[in-house]
Design a binder for this molecule. Structure first.
Ligand SMILES: *Cc1c(COP(=O)(O)O)cnc(C)c1O
Length: 380
């Protein structure tokens, strides 16, 4: 099996080796304050009989010793009855070791580092990517350096320190932290796990689509995905594209990009056709709060290619959804994930109630109890 990177924009191919992140030609056209240009995708060529249940570009012998993925698919009976959607499912990625979906990306990046004898991984994060990489790095015995804005919720910061990672606090936004981390990895020997920039972050996230199809026995009709940088979105699409190529599913599900009103660049771009000047983000859902969606261009091209949809929800709707989800199902989700449920609530009347709908619940509510407390104050 030959594994390689391919630029979906110009078709250039590259080896999957340390130091290779983006397409040379397309990244040269990067404009300031715009999503990344030249984001690469992982491709394979060869005998597909050799591929395992989930095709990945790093051999299992390098996987870190930590049980990431294979998360449960809930059948929320009360919610199904109340909403009249007997085919509603919750993919519970709060069950990952560090409490978020980000572990799927960290897992593959750590495997790649191990395979190439790389001893340090660095990244910028709004919180979950940092705590995830720190936890997976701890299991693998790899040093992790994180650039985290001071505004990150305390639980995520404390998690990073508990796992023994080096924390570089950034007095600024996630976007500032992103720039700092790139300076750091460009000037030293650390592997960058910056989301979208490292193609393995997208590739690692595709595993969720394989699990959902295995758990359902078929493809879902709709899947609601919270979107900030748009890497989960692209990863979910990548998984379904692989599954189509392998003949394991017959159609592409309708993927819904769910964004907060105060951080909605991808959905706005889907409506208007492209990305304009960045808007300073402001939402309670810190994990999907970005000024510039790093994987915006790539995610947008996937949405356009596959008839994806977008939905924008306000912070009030997110808080109501968070409380409703927790109190009707027993699943306490963080605000970003609650945005996926809020998006479904908003659009459900446009969806056939007999369809199979999966909500991607990406992070645990315990990661930001201050935010959740606000939802209680507003007496829902
Ligand atoms: C990072 C994150 C998201 C958004 O993922 P993107 O790839 O940035 O779109 C959603 N939910 C949680 C819990 C996250 O940590």
């Amino acid at each position: 099996m030959r594994w390689f990177y391919r630029c979906p924009t110009c078709g250039a191919e590259y080896e999957v080796v340390p130091g290779r992140y983006v397409c040379d030609a397309c990244s040269a056209e990067q404009e300031p304050s715009r999503p990344l240009s030249g984001v690469l995708e992982v491709e394979w060529e060869g005998d597909e009989g050799e591929l395992g249940a989930v095709p990945l570009p790093v051999e299992p012998e390098w996987f870190p010793p930590i049980p990431v993925g294979n998360t449960p698919l809930w059948e929320p009976a009360r919610l199904r009855r109340e909403l009249g959607f007997p085919g509603l499912y919750l993919k519970d990625d709060t069950c990952n070791p560090t409490g978020s979906f980000k572990d799927r990306a960290s897992f593959l990046v750590a495997a790649f580092a191990a395979r190439h004898g790389i001893g340090e991984i660095a990244l910028a994060s709004t919180g979950n990517a940092a705590s995830s990489m720190a936890g997976v790095g701890a299991a693998a015995g790899i040093k992790v350096t994180v650039f985290l804005p001071n505004t990150a919720p305390a639980a995520k910061r404390i998690q990073v320190l508990q796992y023994g990672a080096e924390l570089r606090a950034v007095d600024g936004t996630y976007d500032d932290a992103y720039d700092r981390s790139l300076e750091y990895t460009t000037s030293g020997g650390a592997l960058s796990r910056n989301t979208a920039y490292n193609p393995l972050t997208i590739e690692g996230k595709k595993t969720v689509s394989f699990e959902i199809v295995e758990q359902l026995g078929t493809a879902p009709d709709h899947i609601f995905v919270p979107a900030g940088d748009g890497v989960i979105l692209a990863g979910v699409y990548r998984g379904f594209e692989n599954l189509l190529r392998l003949g394991r599913i017959a159609k592409m599900p309708v993927v819904w990009a769910c964004q907060a009103e105060g951080s909605s660049a991808i959905v706005r771009a889907l409506e208007s056709g492209g990305f304009g000047e960045p808007v300073r983000s402001a939402t309670i859902a810190d994990s999907i709060s970005v000024d510039v969606p790093r994987n915006g261009t790539h995610a947008l091209s996937k949405l356009k290619a596959h008839g994806g949809r977008g939905v924008i929800v306000g912070d009030g709707e997110i808080l109501v959804a968070q409380k409703q989800l927790a109190s009707r199902t027993g699943l306490f989700a963080e605000p970003s994930s609650s945005a996926a449920y809020a998006g479904f609530l908003k659009m459900r009347l446009t969806i056939d109630p007999e369809s199979r709908v999966v909500l991607l619940i990406t992070g645990s509510g315990l990661k930001d109890t201050d935010g959740a407390a606000r939802g209680l104050e507003e007496s829902i």
